[in-house]
Structure formats: structure tokens, C-alpha cells
Design a protein around this ligand. Structure first.
Ligand SMILES: [Fe+2]
Length: 318
């Protein structure tokens, strides 16, 4: 393919894609709704803005919807919502997916804060809810639990990280921030280094869900809070190479890996194409690239505990 053809193809993608701007909330089915709600409100510190018999809608202390928990047979991530550009008509999203052969539909009142959405299933079967406007709940006046700032990213194991990455870039406007070799992609849709990650593996499942903390002091609060509640930290604190976020990981009562992070790389200017300079960067400036599995995983910190690696796919052979 000539560079002219590549440019033409890029322009076509830019013209038709649905412009995702940020991640909204994630929806999880759980076999024990009461236990998950108790954990995410009492320890993590979210607020139940709505609590029905089979569903709870949780918000951050700032009043943003962050997690929807629904009664279900198996513990799994079923839906992820993204906010698209406010001036992008939802009907244009339906027209786009129709052209791509992807069935989508309008849904109303998906949460108390989202009146109107376009919903489609991505290639791994997760329902994606796109919305362009939302209402905030009242912010919480007092700090309770860990109280993360927001849902930051969701990582998934998929059969082919490359094809899933292409789908998100071609249809939803994501950009590749980094690859770990050829099996783990990190995609951004705003200034944050990554909002979704895809790792190649034999079985499709949610790899981890990540919530942003304010700073190092907030990370200290998270560690102490998990300690008080006897929740083991399975990896970290550490600084990752890819994204350079400081992170800790634990498992929630449904066995999902939960990450708390802070100091994630920021690309504040897409035209410049590099991440805001930081003292811990290897490259100057730090641009999107392909990392090896060792330098990409850890700048400093210890390897993960066996309980973090449990049920995770092994590193692919080289
Ligand atoms: Fe992460």
C-alpha cells in the first residue's frame, strides 16, 4: 500500500468513525448483588444512587455514574459505556454501524443519569453504550472508603488483540498509545494514556477494571483502607513502564482484578504526539511505541503475587 493510499484510508476512518471522548460506567452481572454492593460502597466508597431488587447504580463521590451492578448467574462485565462528542448526533452513530454491518439500537433511560444511548455489541460480545449527554447525581459531602475519582480503564482478554484494536480505532476513534510486543494494546480516547486495553489470550474475559486515584497520598489511603478490611494487595505499589501509572491491584468479592492507579501518562496535544514529559520517562519525548514485556510492565516495584496471576493467561512464547 502506498503512503497516499494509507493517508486516504486514514481520512476515510476519520470521516466516518464515532468520536468517543471518555469512558463512562461499566455494568457487571453478579451472582451475589448484596455482597458486591456492600463491597463497592463500604470499602471502595461509591454511593448507591439507585438500589433496586436486581440492580444498583453506583456513583463516585463527585456524582458521576461509575458502576452498575446487576443480579446474574455469572460474574462478568456485560456492558461498558462511553461518552461521545456532545455535538455528534446519536443517529449518525446508528448510520455508521449500519454501514459496517453492525446492528445497533437507541435505548432510553439506561441509568438515572443517561436518558438516551446507542447500544451495539463489540466483536467480543460486550454491549457498548454510547451517550452524548448525562446528568450528574448530587456529590457526596463527606469522604467515605477509598473514594476513587473515576473509572479509568477496562482491560480485556480477547482471541486477537490486533483485530479488536483495529475495531476500536476504526469505529470509535481510539488511538494506539503503546503495544507490549504484539499481544497487549493500550488505547486512548482522550488525554489519558489508556482507556481500554486488549490482550491476546485463549478465553475472552475481563482482565481488570481500573479506578483513578487523585495522587500518591490517595494511594496511601487506598492501601490503608484495604489493609483495615483485610483485602490483600496482590501487586504493587509499583510504577508500570507502559503508561507510567503507579498502581496497586486486588480482587473484589466476585474475583475480578481491581486496579487503583495515579500519575498515568497524559497526551495533552495529539498534534504533538508525545506524552507530557515526566522524570521517570525512558524516552525524551515519550511517544507511542512497542515495549518488551519486562520494561513495559515495571519501572520499579516487585512482581505480582501468585493470586494475581491465578486465572491470568501466561505470557506468550517468543
Ligand atoms: Fe490497568
Amino acid at each position: 500500500m502506498t503512503s497516499r493510499h494509507r493517508d486516504d484510508r486514514r481520512e476515510q476512518r476519520t470521516a466516518v468513525m464515532v468520536p468517543v471522548q471518555r469512558i463512562g460506567h461499566a455494568t457487571y452481572a453478579t451472582p451475589d448483588l448484596a455482597r458486591q454492593v456492600a463491597y463497592y460502597t463500604e470499602i471502595i466508597g461509591f454511593t448507591a444512587a439507585e438500589r433496586g431488587r436486581d440492580r444498583a447504580v453506583l456513583t463516585t463521590r463527585l456524582g458521576h455514574e461509575v458502576l452498575v451492578l446487576e443480579a446474574g448467574a455469572a460474574a462478568q462485565c456485560t456492558r461498558v459505556s462511553f461518552q461521545i462528542a456532545p455535538d455528534f448526533d446519536l443517529n449518525r452513530a446508528i448510520a455508521h454501524f449500519s454501514k459496517q454491518g453492525v446492528r445497533s439500537e437507541r435505548r432510553t433511560g439506561i441509568t438515572p443519569g443517561i436518558a438516551d444511548a446507542v447500544v451495539f455489541a463489540d466483536p467480543k460480545g460486550t454491549e457498548i453504550e454510547l451517550f452524548s449527554a448525562f446528568d450528574e447525581a448530587a456529590p457526596r459531602g463527606t469522604i467515605h472508603g477509598i473514594a476513587p475519582m473515576k473509572l479509568g480503564h477496562q482491560a480485556f482478554i480477547v482471541p486477537d488483540a490486533k483485530s479488536m484494536t483495529d475495531f476500536y480505532c476504526d469505529n470509535l476513534g481510539f488511538r494506539v498509545s503503546d503495544w507490549m510486543e504484539d499481544f497487549f494494546s493500550f488505547l486512548r480516547c482522550g488525554t489519558d494514556h489508556h482507556t481500554v486495553n486488549f490482550r491476546t489470550g485463549a478465553k475472552t474475559f475481563m482482565h481488570h477494571i481500573a479506578f483513578e486515584l487523585q495522587d500518591w497520598a490517595h494511594m496511601h489511603t487506598a492501601c490503608e483502607t484495604l489493609g483495615i478490611h483485610k483485602v490483600p494487595i496482590l501487586w504493587g505499589p509499583l510504577r508500570h513502564g507502559i503508561g507510567h501509572n503507579i498502581a496497586i491491584y486486588h480482587r473484589d468479592p466476585d474475583d475480578h482484578i481491581v486496579e487503583f492507579y495515579t500519575e498515568m501518562d497524559q497526551m495533552k496535544n495529539e498534534a504533538l504526539g508525545y506524552f507530557d514529559p515526566r522524570p521517570w520517562h525512558e524516552d525524551r519525548p515519550q511517544r507511542p511505541k512497542v515495549w518488551d514485556r519486562h520494561s513495559g510492565a515495571i519501572v520499579w516495584g516487585t512482581p505480582p503475587a501468585p493470586d494475581y496471576l491465578r486465572s491470568r493467561p501466561a505470557m506468550p512464547a517468543r
